[in-house]
Design a protein around this ligand. Sequence first.
Ligand code: GDP
Ligand code: IMO
Ligand code: MG
Length: 431
Amino acid sequence: MDNRVIIGGQWGDEGKGKVVDALSEGVDWVIRYQGGANAGHTIFIGEQKHVLHLVPSGILRPGVKCLLGGGMVIDPWSLRDEILALEQRGVEVRGHLQISASAHMLMPYHQRLDELREGRLKRQSIGTTGKGIGPAYLDKVQRTGMRMGDLRLPPEHIERKGIEKILSANELLSEFYQADPLPSRVLAEELVVLAKFLAPLIVDPHQVLRPVREGRETALFEGAQGTLLDIDHGTYPFVTSSNCTIGGVLTGTGLPPKVLGEIDGIFKAYLTRVGNGPFPTELLGEEGETLREAGGEYGATTGRARRCGWFDLPAARYAVDVNGITGVIITKLDVLDIMPTVKVATGYELDDEVLDYFPVGSGALSRCRPVYREFPGWDRPSAPCRALADLPSAARKYLEFLEEQLGALIIGVSVGREREQMIWTPTGVTT
Ligand code: GDP
Ligand code: IMO
Ligand code: MG
């Protein structure tokens, strides 16, 4: 198995967790490179459901080493709770999980500031997950953040640094937002306790990744969110605060480009979005509701109903281009089993023009009206299929069209939430 990057090709929730779990057998490392507990990756192993927010999806494969990369923002309280919850379910975490010392620490005031900022924006709010992601990355770029490596300092230093940061955030909370200050001493003492728990897992990423850099160990790079939520390349300002695209793998791990290997883009057979912002192929009526129920489209982090719509080819081609995606994995094909017809946007109408590309930014995109191509639904379910040849011919025609239009091979098709509901098609779906 070669190194691979797993990147969300849409607005997140494409099924990255399921794909990483499926591909992680036999790899040495699974490395998360950006984001924080805004991610929700749901994985079913038999009847056992795991929802991972910070811990990489490779943790469910015994023996795989997992790293929380330097590009992440990590809430130590959430991380401790996630580790303990996994261990309670019999998953061995400590011993497999390592944390980059350069990852930033997400503190309770980041979460509070996220909520308050969203509240002030009212109708223009982004619809964040409320996990404090934007404020934590803001502290990182304005060079006022704490890093996970700080948890290796002596307890009195951690406490002093914690109090200093909380007091400074309290000024903002009370003076700008007229909100209650946070209890600095209590939280700083909690941080000292968390440091005892987490410090043994904190590592120097440059040292532990040496075997990956030198080609002696293999790695799977697990993305969170998706291309259209990328801070630079997504539908700004309705995006998250990190680089979910390919550049984030380099900055978020400190590894050079030559070790990345194949770049796989994960795309749902239709499209969803959580939170606000433009979504040209959104289905606001009954069809959208049908997709939501069939696909179980409710957020794994916030429980919010996901907005649902048809596959958007200009957006997907954009994701292929931006990331240099070489292999496409289509997930949730089975959710379309019940649809009498399936539509794909091949372009947009914008003012008097027809566009075949994805316009940058949210302004133009919000005025785009999709131009659809329609496909007949299939006559039998795809969910029981385990080989390309077993798939209903109408489903295959749909996949062949996507492959041709995307200009990248479809190397896998997921037809259910279980590990084995996966069809690998390394030479593509077009015969
Ligand atoms: P992620 O954030 O990209 O990892 O995706 P999520 O886990 O948030 O959302 C994907 C959801 O779809 C999860 O509940 C998965 O169990 C489920 N899922 C993944 N692949 C498939 C599939 O092929 N078919 C169906 N029906 N469900 C899937
Ligand atoms: P996974 O990894 C879907 C969305 C939020 C909001 C925007 C900004 O499970 O695919 P943030 O809290 O990051 O500041 O919110 O990004 N968002 C996601 N949507 N899946 C996710 O993660 C997301 N993480 C953030 O809904 O619109
Ligand atoms: Mg998710």
